[in-house]
Write a protein that binds this ligand. Sequence first.
Ligand code: SAH
Length: 339
Amino acid sequence: MNIYGIKRTDLEKYFLDINEKKFKALQVFEWLYVHKIKAFSEMTNIKKELQEKLEKDFSLKMITIAKRQEDKYTKKYLFKLFDGNFIEAVLMKHDYGLSVCVSSEVGCNMGCKFCESGRLKKVRNLGAYEMVEQILLIEEDIGKRISSVVIMGIGEPLDNYDNVMDFIRIINDPKGLAIGARHITLSTCGIIPKIKDLANEDLQINLAISLHAPNTQLRNKIMPVNKAYKLPELMECIKDYIDKTNRRVTIEYVMLDEINDNETQALELSSLLKGLNVYVNLIPYNETNNIEYKRSKKDKILKFYDILKKKGINVTIRKEFGSNIDAACGQLRSKEVNL
Ligand code: SAH
């Protein structure tokens, strides 16, 4: 078992099972996430025999950075996993701190027509340790603390629910990386039963829904997931989530030229969201070589924004990051051809 994928509560159970005190888990967490040691032998307040037992039961081995690409505000990391698969994560420098966009799967099965990440079918889920290590390795690489995390890289996080929940609890642990729940955002294309589960987790994280279309007909066309989890039910589910958690939900809407960006669609989106505690993030589409969709014209985006605003919907236009190093939303891939 890789130790970076184990929650403190599970580590406590482990220690109790071997007749050790539960607080050992806390000590181990501090060694891992505060002191960032590289060997169990460095855990000096843990007796030698126990260090050896830990060494036998757990691994400290991390995935590796295979490549970095950088521009002014962004650094994209390609990671090589133990089985030879690759994933990517992106570091973003904001004026309020550093955030990392992590991947949750190798490939993705959701098949959104506009997204590069989905062109490679899902190979497997990432383990919680592979998500935690994306953050640890980036922190080590830059020598600075990451203050927020978005689960918006390759993969559909709610299609890898248990591992993603473990990941969140590990990085959120005050004795771990201590990344506040309100600084963690999970983005989903709308897996309804899992959104319901998430509402019961008692976690104050931010939920973002990739909506991208104001009606069923269009959503079916660009997001096949809509055939399984239909728009009216998704809207109902978002409403219940808000009622239950008292948290505002983000609606992501990628602006695709001549597809979902006209005035009628802006009005339709406004009525769909009327009265809901949501805020809309309009995402200028990042074009890729392999997909024919184009980014909406600037004046269309601004017009769309104005209409929502006039209709009383909270809306912002997403600041762009990393598009010149293919590190922007929807440009991440699991396969790297020219290493
Ligand atoms: N599977 C999750 C998270 C990954 S994608 C989800 O669907 O939400 C993160 C966001 O980027 C999603 O809103 C996705 O629809 C959007 N996106 C995908 N391709 C894009 C592109 N080329 N340009 C801009 N945003 C894109």
